[in-house]
Structure formats: C-alpha cells, structure tokens
Design a protein around this ligand. Structure first.
Ligand SMILES: Nc1ncnc2c1ncn2[C@@H]1O[C@H](COP(=O)(O)OP(=O)(O)OP(=O)(O)O)[C@@H](O)[C@H]1O
Ligand code: SF4
Ligand SMILES: [Mg+2]
Length: 325
C-alpha cells in the first residue's frame, strides 16, 4: 500500500503564558498512515493526541504552540510551505475532519442541508441540482432518517448523535483520502458511541478512505483498526497490529493501559490504575518519560531515552526492557 501521510520526528513546543519557559508537547513524533489504512492513536489524557492531529492540519493554537522541527508529508507533498488557499483545499477536500463536539462544530444558524451543500460548493464544481441530490444521498448514507425533512432542520433540533452523523457526512462529502477523527464519540451517550464508531469504520471501508482515529475506546480499536499507535508524553512508545499489541504488549505503559480495561481485569477485582500522572510538558526529562511510573524501571532508564525498535515484524517498542523478550 502507498504511504498517504508521513509525520517525521515532529517536535512541538509550548510557551508558558506568563514566563518565557518552554515545554514540549510533541518530542519527536513519528506516524505513518497508508492509503486506506485505519490507524488508531491512543494514550492517556495530555499525551499529545489532539496536538498531533492539529499539527497535521496546521490548526495548532499559535501561540502558545509552535512546530519547532520535523516534517509532515501528505501524498508525497511537504506540508511545510502551503499557502492559506492550498490549506483550505487540503482541509475540506483531501482530509476530512471529525471532532469531539458535534453540536458546537456545526453552525447554529444554518440548516444542516445548507451546511453540507456549502462544503460541496466550496470544494467541487457540482451544479445546484447535483449538490441537492448529493446532500440528500449523504444524509441517507450516514443513517439519518427522512433526509428530505432533515435537510432543512437546524443543529439544535437534532440529538448529539445525529449532529455527529451530519459532521461525518460533511467530512466525507468531497471524497477525501484521509479522515482525522479526534475522539468523535466522547460527547455522546454510551449507546450512541458504538453506532457512530461503526458508521465511521463502515464509511471508511466503503470509500477506501484512510482514518486516523484518536480514541480512548480500546475495545473498538481491537475490532476495527489495522494498526494501533500508543503515545506517551509526545512520543510513540509502542506500535503494531491490534492482536499483537493486545495479546503481546511489550511496553509497561501499554500493559498498564490494557490492565486498566474493565474487560481485561478479572471479575470482582478492583480495576488497575497506572500509578502517578502524565508529566507536564514543562518537566525536564532525560531518560525514559515513563520511568517515574514504571514498575520495571532500572538505572539505565533514567540515563538515556530508549529508542523505538522493532522487536517482531511490524511491532515496535520504545523500552530498554520490553516484555516477552
Ligand atoms: N491550547 C493549549 N494551551 C496550552 N497547553 C495546551 C493547549 N492544548 C493542549 N495543551 C497541552 O498540550 C499537551 C498535549 O495536549 P493534547 O490536547 O494533545 O492531549 P490529548 O492526548 O489530546 O488529551 P485528551 O485525551 O485529554 O484529549 C497537554 O499537556 C496539554 O495540557
Ligand atoms: S525504558 Fe525502563 S522505565 Fe521506560 S518503560 Fe522501559 S523499563 Fe520502564
Ligand atoms: Mg485530545
């Protein structure tokens, strides 16, 4: 499969608001998404998942953040020096986006049909009649009932799940080759969450669309993703196909994340919690960023940062003492 997105050694700095102190939210992030591939990006809160997505789309809050080094390529094209016009094209047409808050992501004073139509108008040469037909077919494809009536409704008249379906319709409207979805179900009811994730995966499969899915839902990752990337404090610490990662995790952080899953913990036992918290971006770190929380920490771990190495085919881990080796 051809490489669609390639993020190389990306470093993103963060300035403290009142002092000139500098911290790091991404500390050498590497990420590849192949054409049609479904990649899940997981990690605790504050690890840099959203910052990774925002960096790819050049939507970082600047200041306080800044891309200080690294490279982002999409279809072999360097994202480093595009014009604002080129960025508008990329964001609507080449890369679709679905964010956490569907209701606030939609325009409250425009009907949902008009919002989808506007996306199509901005990024395609379709006639008014074609846009109307396409809007109705998109609403139907994302599973919204009565598209003709729904087209003229406003976001506040719809549930959160329905709004997220509209957002997905907008994200795929112009036939992008990559979808970036940042915790697309967090704001929704538990029962609706699985439906929306299923819809996302179905749409990506139907359109042979690659997806970078940021999620806390490890169960859905196992069932649907082609590859899982585990992030800790702005660095990839483990990466591989889901069965390999779930059945043979090698990084103590991944082991901790999996042990904290209710399904994995044995019945009747208290859920495991990884001790401690993710360090602040301003904390100086010399060795392994996970050292203070790691049950296997050794002297060497505090002296230098472990490199990301391939331990089995397609399975990479950033640890001096990976499990099962
Ligand atoms: N606008 C901002 N201003 C200052 N710091 C920020 C801002 N956005 C994020 N950060 C910091 O950058 C780091 C990475 O944040 P990020 O939002 O990428 O985490 P995340 O992995 O997406 O977490 P979550 O699962 O909670 O969404 C965190 O330390 C966070 O506090
Ligand atoms: S390098 Fe050391 S501290 Fe870091 S995860 Fe591996 S064992 Fe733990
Ligand atoms: Mg986030």
């Amino acid at each position: 499969m051809t490489e669609l997105l390639c993020v190389r050694n990306l470093k993103v700095s963060l300035k403290a608001p009142s002092t000139s102190r500098e911290g790091w939210v991404l500390r050498g992030m590497n990420l590849t998404v192949l054409a049609g591939e479904r990649v899940a990006l997981v990690g605790e809160s504050g690890c840099g998942k959203s910052v990774t997505a925002l960096s790819i789309l050049r939507l970082l809050p600047r200041p306080p953040m800044e891309i200080s080094s690294g490279q982002i390529e999409f279809k072999g094209r360097d994202f480093g020096n595009l014009t604002p016009e080129q960025w508008r094209e990329i964001r609507g047409r080449e890369i679709g986006m679905v964010f956490q808050e569907p209701v606030s992501s939609l325009n409250p004073v425009m009907s949902v049909g008009e919002q989808i139509a506007e996306t199509l108008r901005n990024h395609s040469e379709l006639s008014a009649g074609e846009i109307r037909a396409r809007t109705l077919s998109l609403l139907a494809r994302v599973g919204l009932p009565g598209p003709t009536r729904l087209r003229s409704q406003y976001p506040h008249q719809l549930s959160g799940g329905m709004c997220q379906r509209v957002m997905i319709a907008m994200a795929v409207a112009c036939g992008p080759s990559l979808l970036i979805a940042d915790e697309p179900t967090t704001a929704l009811d538990v029962t609706v969450q699985t439906q929306i994730l299923d819809l996302l995966f179905r749409m990506t499969e139907e359109q042979r669309l690659a997806i970078l899915l940021i999620t806390h839902n490890l169960n859905i990752v196992r069932g649907h993703a082609d590859r899982v990337v585990i992030l800790y404090l702005g660095l990839v610490v483990e990466e591989g196909v889901p069965d390999e990662i779930f059945d043979h995790p090698q990084h103590p952080y991944t082991e901790g994340l999996l042990a904290a899953l209710p399904e994995v913990s044995r019945k009747g036992r208290t859920l495991y919690n990884i001790p401690g918290v993710v360090p602040s971006p301003f904390e100086a770190i010399t060795g392994c960023a996970f050292a203070d929380r790691c049950p296997k920490v050794e002297k060497k771990c505090r002296q230098s940062m472990p490199p990301l190495i391939e331990t089995r085919k397609g399975h990479q881990v950033r640890c001096f003492y990976p499990s099962g080796r």
